[in-house]
Design a protein around this ligand. Sequence first.
Ligand code: PMP
Length: 307
Amino acid sequence: MEPYAFYKGDFMPLSEAKMGILTQSLHYGTATFGGIRGNWDSEQERFCLFRLQDHYNRLLYACHILRIDLPYSHQDMCQLTIELVKKSGYRQNVYARPLAYKSSEAIGVKIHGLENDFLIIVTTLPPYLDTSQGVRCCVSSWRRIDDSMIPTKCKITGTYVNSALAKTEAIENGFDEAILLTQDGHVSEGSGENIFIVINGTLITPPASDNILMGFTRDAVMKLAKNELGIDTVERSVGRSELYQAQECFLTGTATNIAQVVEIDRRPVGNGKTGKITAKLQEIFPDIALGKNPKYSDWYTMVYPTQ
Ligand code: PMP
């Protein structure tokens, strides 16, 4: 089976989608990407694209900042993604990766007056973090970039050097994931996930002002905690030592879903097992992700494969 891409205005086999080595965004990180989950429902024989509209709102917000003008509307981008997933031929969870980028081949660091383009690829989605034993985290020696350096509320490719440095350091030091602090020492987020902790029954997550990416899984978890479990989430700055005080901790993200953290800096979180609130959220989330709860129909785009 040959995967497809949408590239240079057309659908084509992924192997034919090649880019020039002078492409400006390759040199300077002047691009923005999305990561959209398509959950395969084997009973209904369909994909549920989770929060497709929101992902393109975020991508277009980054395009606005990076001055990437494209001939595609929000609706066009959603429709192209649906078409590509339909064509892809996969019958398992997929991950759609749109990229809006400076396609100009002119050398020079700037964002104005350059050509732009838009592409999408679809690939399969193996579990991003292994949750079978729980996730072991460290606090990174790298600090999370500040919104005054590169906008943190959208997925600008250059920003991910920060995440990649932290992730590799964590893995090479024997951990599964890194937790990054802000410059002033507050907990920000994982290298590719938002973070929640539970202290004495209160569910807490860092606020937008602590340079987090405003994750859609984070948003879904806060709504589910409230509507389904009757638990409010407190958005407030979190100190590093509160990570060691927490009875529960979990990470959220499109690729990750909800991953329980069982150890931080070699200290067990709570009793070192999945906490109660975390377990309840993990229990209800799969049906939500498959689009089975009509209460959250705004989050779902159903796609029936044509291949
Ligand atoms: N933070 C970072 C740095 C991320 O890359 C991601 C993944 N997109 C998240 C948080 C989680 O965001 P979302 O739930 O929208 O995938």
